[in-house]
Design a protein around this ligand. Sequence first.
Ligand code: PMP
Length: 395
Amino acid sequence: MDTLLSDHYVEDPKNHAQNLVKEALKTQSATIRNLRNFSGGPGALPESVLLQVQESILSVPEVGLSILGISHRSDWFAHVVEEAENNVRSLLNLSPDYHVLFLQGGATQQFSTIAMSLMGSSPSPAEYLLTGYWSGKSVADAQHIGAVRTVWSGENEHYARLPSDQELSFSPDAPYLHYISNETVEGMQFQRVLGLDSVPRICDMSSDFLSRPCEADRFSMIYAHAQKNLGPAGVTIVVMKKSLVQQCRSDLPRFLDYRTQIKAHSIFNTPPVFAIYVVLLITRWLMNEIGGLSNMNTLNVSKAALLYQTIDESDSFYRGRSSIEDRSLMNIAFNLQTPELEKLFLEESSQAGFSGLNGHRAIGGLRASLYNGVTLRAVEDLVDFMHQFQHQHSN
Ligand code: PMP
């Protein structure tokens, strides 16, 4: 044992050994539960990354200090930001026309900052798609700042589907178009890029960023908080085209001005050092262990296919919430015949070691989130459980 902790705590070597075994057992059972975490976010992270995170809490190997006590002004942390940025660039195949930022305030802060920065750049209203719970929040925050035209709304249909191209008509005069690529609550995902090439396209990809290739160069701005596919809560990645930065007004508070953050390489004030470090580890994992976004997508497609197949072949025991063609690969929202049966499903699945399967509090029901860190094995286990549950509870 060469840990520093042992130097502090070992009095009786026999006790120490017993403690280590106890700790290992605890970790093992924690690991099993972690493998069956289907939370909507913060979501499950890959085990190999969690092990590195665990080590870094005590001491980052190349620094010899805990990640929780390393200065954001150190050269090492500047390199962390630089490597994380380069990894995002390479995963997305980004041209040098883009900035990559690591910001605070979550995706919610971006709802307002985008509107404040860009609404004045044209006399026409900004255009928004209203496709679910989170785009509803983005629209409300933008309306608080200025004029919004809702290009399409799924509200009257309870956000059960996404619009077809025929239902969408965009204005060439809008300062920007904003939409959400994956509605986390309802479990719907666009499989195409929307809008006119002549109008800046801004997309909240919080719940599917780096889960698949996304034609990043067709967007003027992409943003995503980390706590689904990229790391823990606390940091939001913003990918922004240089030409869009030029259109942003420059009289906002300095903290909210994208230029400030660009100039400071995301270290204007104390950034979430830990969260950014985990994002770096995740990007390394995506590149080195998974082999890039195309491979990640293949894996995510097979995970979702397995679960949707179980739903579709259940004789309506399980009922998918959204229209089949708009189904999300990330968030699978479904229902059972009655709320009582859903409650029982949650109880029994929890006893079987699964967690995070409750639907969002806004709509209830059930939801399995299959973010990058969720393994195919975990989905196989869930599907087995669902078959057993159906067998026991169908009349
Ligand atoms: N956008 C989407 C698509 C989301 O799923 C969420 C939260 N789950 C948000 C925005 C809000 O993010 P935050 O809590 O980081 O502000």
